[in-house]
Design a protein around this ligand. Structure first.
Ligand code: BGC
Length: 452
């Protein structure tokens, strides 16, 4: 390894990531839209016009191209495509086609998500994923999109972080539909597994080839927080270790086991799921943080676990999340061991309004990606979350994940690149992290990346 440069493989994709509902604006026929209107977002904002990517995509794509970014991850919104049951809006599909064509014209590697948590309101009204008809309705929507737009994506994400809404919406009651039931978690996660497996096979049937002529590449962008028990002394510590064991199973290990073996993990229960075995062509990793689980008898709402504390000396972000770059390396290794398939980092990023932490967050996480590559693990690319500031679910617009700053209350929604946007651009252009880049943007990371 050179003392001054970490080179990435040829054709490594330097991308950025977004999701429809968080940037497009106007997703009014969706469950989240309705939820926001109830005043349930922490800072009182609603997605509204969001960042108006729906209308400003040309400007955004030109900006990405000027920064030499090579890839873009975006989502299709089911609630837009099928705002009422059985009614497919062709104008919406044409609009998406236009967006995708523009991305293609710029030469970006496109990663397309078919489900990023949000569902049409009519699906929510029928009992969302607990309704036995929902999976087939999702597959009908997916088929329509694959037939219409299937020639564009280099990578497909059937589902984004399915276990996050399964847990947040069904166990912890913090996302719609605010259930608190392990039975619902189990039923919803099984529905997601069926929807994913069905979509995987549909893509291979309807659109067997990716734009580069190779077999289509289909996967899931899975959330892999690095979960650890706090290890308090005595019985509290036992409970924390038990909680961490369950949390890992519920958050990703159960899902991964089911995909790998085809046998539903006990956490998902029930009979076999058709077509689920081995239904990945690549593994999508969304990684942000380490979560330390601490017993707290006042947190009845969270099954007596506080997951917001950081061990002393650990930096935290604007979300209160621990910065733990090594967790990305450890996650990559365990996913590689589990599946032996190429890996795409589909999300990694930080809420940081002032851009003070983001430069070293990026450098330190990329250094961990490089460490895994050096060990021979095939990593195809890195899509940073996020291109733009956007609507951050529960928290609203106050949490700013963008390389590009946009103020939701700015009438012009002006796009202003943060220093990190240029840092990332320099890395993409050089296909390397160089000592010069690190010294220029975040000298504190020099020793970590290059040693002394
Ligand atoms: C989600 C994004 C979200 C980000 C930051 C990821 O879990 O896929 O939609 O904005 O985390 O919270």
């Amino acid at each position: 390894m050179s003392k001054d440069r970490l080179n990435f493989p040829d054709n490594f994709i330097w991308g950025t990531s977004t999701a429809g509902h968080q940037v497009e604006g106007g997703n009014e026929f969706s469950d989240w839209w309705a939820w926001e209107q109830k005043g349930l977002i922490e800072d009182g904002t609603v997605s509204g016009r969001a960042m108006d990517y729906w209308n400003r995509h040309e400007e955004d794509h030109a900006l990405m191209a000027s920064l030499a970014y090579k890839g873009f991850r975006l989502g299709i919104e089911w609630a837009r495509v099928e705002p009422q049951k059985g009614y497919f809006d062709h104008a919406v599909i044409e609009h998406y086609r236009h967006i995708l064509q523009s991305l293609r014209n710029h030469g970006f590697k496109i990663c397309l998500t078919l489900h990023h948590w949000v569902i049409p309101r009519w699906v929510a009204d029928q009992g969302d994923w607990l309704n036995p008809g929902t999976v087939n309705q999702f597959l009908r929507y997916a088929k329509f999109v694959i037939e219409e737009l299937g020639t564009f994506p280099d990578f497909w994400v059937t589902m984004n972080e399915p276990m996050v809404p399964a847990i947040m919406g069904n166990v912890l009651g913090r996302f719609p539909p605010q259930r608190r039931s392990f039975r619902a978690y189990r039923a919803v996660s099984r529905a997601y597994l069926r929807a994913h497996a069905g979509t995987y096979h549909l893509i291979h049937k309807v659109q067997p080839l990716a734009p580069d002529g190779t077999r289509s590449k289909v996967g899931v962008a899975m959330a892999y927080p690095w979960i650890e028990p706090w290890n308090s002394p005595g019985p509290a510590g036992w409970y924390e270790r038990f909680a961490a064991f369950i949390a890992r199973r519920a958050a990703f290990e159960g899902w991964d086991h089911t995909i790998r073996t085809g046998k539903p993990h006990w956490i998902h229960g029930g009979p076999a799921i058709t077509g689920v075995k081995n239904s990945y062509d690549y593994c999508g990793i969304n990684y942000y943080t380490r979560t330390s689980l601490k017993f707290d008898r006042t947190r009845g709402d969270q099954y007596w676990i506080d997951d917001t504390k950081a061990p002393s000396g650990v930096d935290v972000t604007q979300m209160g999340w621990q910065i733990y770059p090594e967790g990305l390396y450890r996650t990559i290794r365990s996913v590689w061991k589990r599946f032996g398939k190429p890996i795409l980092i589909t999300e990694n990023g930080i809420a940081d309004d002032t851009d003070k932490q983001r430069p070293y967050y990026i450098i330190e996480h990329l250094a961990q990606v490089h460490r895994a590559i050096r060990e021979g693990i095939p990593i195809l690319g890195y899509y940073h979350w996020s291109f733009l500031d956007n609507f951050e679910w529960q928290k609203g617009f106050g949490k700013r994940f963008g390389l590009i700053a946009v103020k939701h209350d700015d009438p012009d929604l002006k796009r202003v690149p943060r220093p990190s946007a240029y840092l990332y651009s320099d890395i993409a252009q050089k296909n390397a992290i160089t000592r010069k880049i690190v010294e220029a943007y975040t000298p504190r990371a020099v020793t970590m990346v290059f040693g002394n």
